[in-house]
Design a protein around this ligand. Structure first.
Ligand SMILES: CC(C)(COP(=O)(O)OP(=O)(O)OC[C@H]1O[C@@H](n2cnc3c(N)ncnc32)[C@H](O)[C@@H]1OP(=O)(O)O)[C@@H](O)C(=O)NCCC(=O)NCCS
Length: 207
């Protein structure tokens, strides 16, 4: 018997998984302005640290890859391990029989994962992404809506692939690198950089 599921993070991704059919007991979020309120009909029950004293499974609904990674690391320091996390695969997502999805990951509607692909832990794959044969998507990576990976692509840990970006077959995206929306990635990208455009080039960020 399970004690149900708690979402961690009350932003847009939480509303997306709830709209996609997930049922959660409540949401934990560190924003004091949200305490006692509800998001899409699901109550905000307190701060993230409250997870340590509760029985439910957890699903991290924080969109940015590195923020999601930070929260999982902080929860691990409180003794919360992989066995506490659930996984959400939306009704219309398709995972090929030879592909795997790690614990804590979220696949929204219209995602297609074909053959022999490996999706790690706490990966978020937004609507209508396509992940094809032999791809490897490392822990904490995020694919925004409509992103497409050719075969044999490797997405590094906590990388962020923007909406409708495409990655050439066989290429690697470095850990924590961001790929802008609409980019066409033709080569291997190093870690901790931002690339955008067609073809993708390195972008100096103003922010
Ligand atoms: C690439 C990205 C991360 C850059 O963000 P940023 O650091 O705030 O970008 P800036 O506004 O400082 O732009 C830096 C430069 O890159 C260019 N640029 C930004 N995004 C671009 C994109 N997607 N494609 C092409 N060029 C882009 C800007 O025009 C600017 O160029 P300039 O210096 O010649 O004027 C962002 O624009 C992006 O595409 N994010 C992904 C968004 C997304 O898919 N979200 C999903 C939400 S669900």
């Amino acid at each position: 018997m399970t004690a149900g599921l708690l979402l961690v993070g009350a932003g847009g991704l939480a509303r997306e998984v709830l709209a996609a059919g997930l049922t959660a007991v409540g949401i934990l979020d560190d924003d004091p302005a949200l305490a006692g309120r509800s998001v899409s009909g699901t109550p905000v029950l307190g701060a993230v640290a409250a997870a340590a004293g509760r029985p439910e499974q957890l699903l991290i609904t924080i969109g940015p890859s590195t923020a999601r990674q930070r929260v999982v690391t902080a929860l691990a320091q409180m003794g919360i391990g992989p066995e506490r996390y659930g996984t959400f695969v939306a009704r219309s997502a398709v995972v090929g029989s030879s592909s795997t999805v790690g614990v804590g990951s979220i696949l929204l509607d219209g995602v297609v994962i074909t053959a022999d692909a490996e999706v790690g832990r706490h990966v978020v794959i937004m609507p209508n992404c396509t992940i094809t044969h032999d791809d490897r998507v490392a822990d904490f990576a995020t694919l925004a809506a409509g992103a497409s990976l050719g075969g044999g692509v490797h997405i590094g840990e906590a990388a962020y692939i923007g909406m409708n970006a495409s990655v050439h077959p066989g290429r690697s995206i470095g850990a924590s690198t961001t790929v802008g929306m609409g980019a066409v990635v033709l080569g291997d990208l190093p870690r901790d950089q931002t690339w955008a455009g067609v073809p993708a080039r390195r972008v100096e960020r103003r922010g």
